[in-house]
Design a protein around this ligand. Structure first.
Ligand code: XMP
Length: 323
């Protein structure tokens, strides 16, 4: 019978046998799949595994700390964190085009990751022969099935990096579905915030700022996003919605009034959606009182934001993300 305990035991044994006395590396994205894959491999081979986390500065509030502190505390994993915020912000300077942003973020990510990887390979110790990837069963089916869905956006996935063939792959989740992966993660003692995390795009907040990405705008969006997440969680809605992108329209300003003065600030868009697989989605009918609380708090607490709007578009025709 299928139990998370059996899955873990079976994988731990298989990974130990496969890796022997060699070493493995794993890229962490902050997402569920790479976290559970890494935790499973760490359980099997301990410090023969090194994890790499590239902090591109485009994460939401608290997410990098979650990986640096909570994940490490739960798994005891050896982690290399690369602080690359400045590098990413420099590369993104002056860029507003969504596809351009995606390409730049993907390209810089590979460069930074490969550099970190080279340093790990160069240090003393057994050969680094394995790369851990959080590939799930649906990914396996999708890439082999060849149903040929149109490529609307150039996706950035930590799981797909790097494509060097010098590594042998360890894919301990390739027979599992998402809900099973969450159960395995829980059994491995990972924090709830990581195991139950909703989908978040690889390019992060970089594609949730319509307009140029700057540190100031990222900080503003991080504050707005944190408020929306806090209120959705407090209302017990996390399991009801698939995800809720919060988007800053940095190139738009509208007139408002606050206190006794005129304001000319930016709108924040709430994009709560319900979905089974992100291929199609419907906008979530959130309770009005929750929406009201989010709106009031964001306009009161986030400087330069004077309007909150709700996206009521399904997918299609709208994609889930705005870029
Ligand atoms: P769209 O906007 O295409 O998003 O309807 C569908 C789902 O994919 C997520 N998304 C990404 N995930 N790398 C990822 O790992 C990406 O580059 C990326 N872009 C979008 C999005 O959040 C939604 O869940």
């Amino acid at each position: 019978t299928w139990t998370t305990g059996n899955v873990i035991e079976e994988q731990v044994e298989a990974i130990r046998e496969q890796v022997g006395d060699k070493r493995a590396i794993c890229g962490l994205s902050g997402g569920v799949d790479s976290a559970v894959a890494a935790a499973l491999v760490a359980r099997a081979i301990g410090d023969q595994l090194t994890c790499v986390y590239v902090d591109h500065g485009l994460m939401r509030k608290g997410e990098t700390e979650q990986v640096e502190k909570d994940f490490v505390a739960a798994t005891g994993v050896k982690l290399v964190v690369v602080d690359a915020e400045e590098r990413f912000l420099n590369a993104l300077k002056g860029v507003s085009d969504p596809e351009e942003k995606r390409k730049i973020i993907g390209r810089e990510f590979i460069r930074v990751f490969e550099q970190a990887q080279a340093e790990i390979i160069a240090d003393e110790g057994p050969a680094v022969e394995f790369l851990v990837q959080g590939t799930l069963y649906p990914d396996v089916v999708e890439s082999g099935g060849g149903t040929g869905t149109a490529n609307i956006k150039s996706h950035h996935n930590v799981g797909g990096l790097p494509e060097d063939l010098e590594f042998r792959l360890i894919e301990p989740l390739r027979k599992l579905f998402k809900d099973e992966v969450r159960m395995v993660g829980q059994e491995l003692g990972l924090p709830e915030e990581i195991v139950q995390r909703q989908p978040f795009p690889g390019p992060g907040l970089g594609i949730r700022i319509v307009g140029e990405v700057t540190k100031e705008r990222l900080d503003l969006l991080r504050d707005a996003d944190a408020i929306a997440r806090e209120e959705l969680t407090a209302a017990g809605l996390d399991r009801d919605i698939w995800q809720c992108p919060v988007v800053l329209l940095a190139d738009v300003r509208s007139v408002g009034v606050q206190g006794d003065g005129r304001t000319y600030g930016h709108p924040i868009v709430l994009r709560p959606v319900s979905s089974e697989d992100a291929m199609t989605a419907d906008w979530s009918r959130l309770p009005y009182d929750v929406l009201a609380r989010i709106s009031t708090r964001i306009t009161n607490e986030v400087r330069d934001v004077n309007r909150v709007v709700l996206d009521v578009t399904s997918k299609p025709p709208g994609t889930i993300e705005w870029e």
